[in-house]
Unconditional design. Structure first.
Length: 168
């Protein structure tokens, strides 16, 4: 009964704001009341589902993780693996596609996606494949790994070549 009264108020407000001359119909008020009741039931069902511990935990985990993880495409995995095997290499999209035996479009999409990550970047340099100066992709982690391997560890004593019997 309360829903029908609320529906009549909604209809009266609608008539007033739209300056409608449509008569107030009890069937229309009943339909609105039914819709309100259905919506209330649906909201109650959703609330019941959200109260389940497994679903609540999944929602919290997704909110804490910043959303679903994007899966890496096959071409992206190929590019990443290729640059791990060829550190300090610079490749344009065409030469990289040729090296990977992939289409140019797949390679370009993969390199565009990978350059958004902190591991890769586009630079203007000589391509390792065709030796042309153009936009090439490179793996930044390779530089960090190679410089870290050359530097002595913190606290380690540098070796003196004269002590080992070698002269410079």
């Amino acid at each position: 009964m309360r829903d029908i009264e609320r529906a009549r108020k909604v209809l009266e407000e609608w008539r007033r704001t739209t300056r409608s001359r449509a008569p107030l119909d009890d069937r229309l008020a009943g339909t609105i009341a039914d819709l309100v009741a259905r919506e209330r039931e649906a909201c109650a069902r959703v609330a019941d589902v959200l109260k389940q511990p497994s679903i609540a935990d999944a929602i919290r985990a997704r909110a804490a993780g910043g959303g679903p993880r994007r899966t890496e495409s096959g071409a992206e995995r190929l590019v990443r693996t290729f640059f791990r095997l060829h550190p300090n290499a610079y490749y344009c999209a065409q030469c990289l596609a040729g090296e990977l035996k992939a289409t140019l479009r797949e390679t370009q999409n993969a390199t565009d996606t990978l350059t958004r990550s902190p591991d890769f970047e586009y630079v203007h340099f000589w391509c390792s494949g065709c030796a042309r100066s153009q936009a090439v992709i490179r793996w930044i982690k390779a530089e960090a790994a190679s410089t870290a391997s050359r530097e002595p560890a913190a606290g380690a004593r540098a070796r003196d070549p004269r002590r080992d019997g070698f002269l410079l």
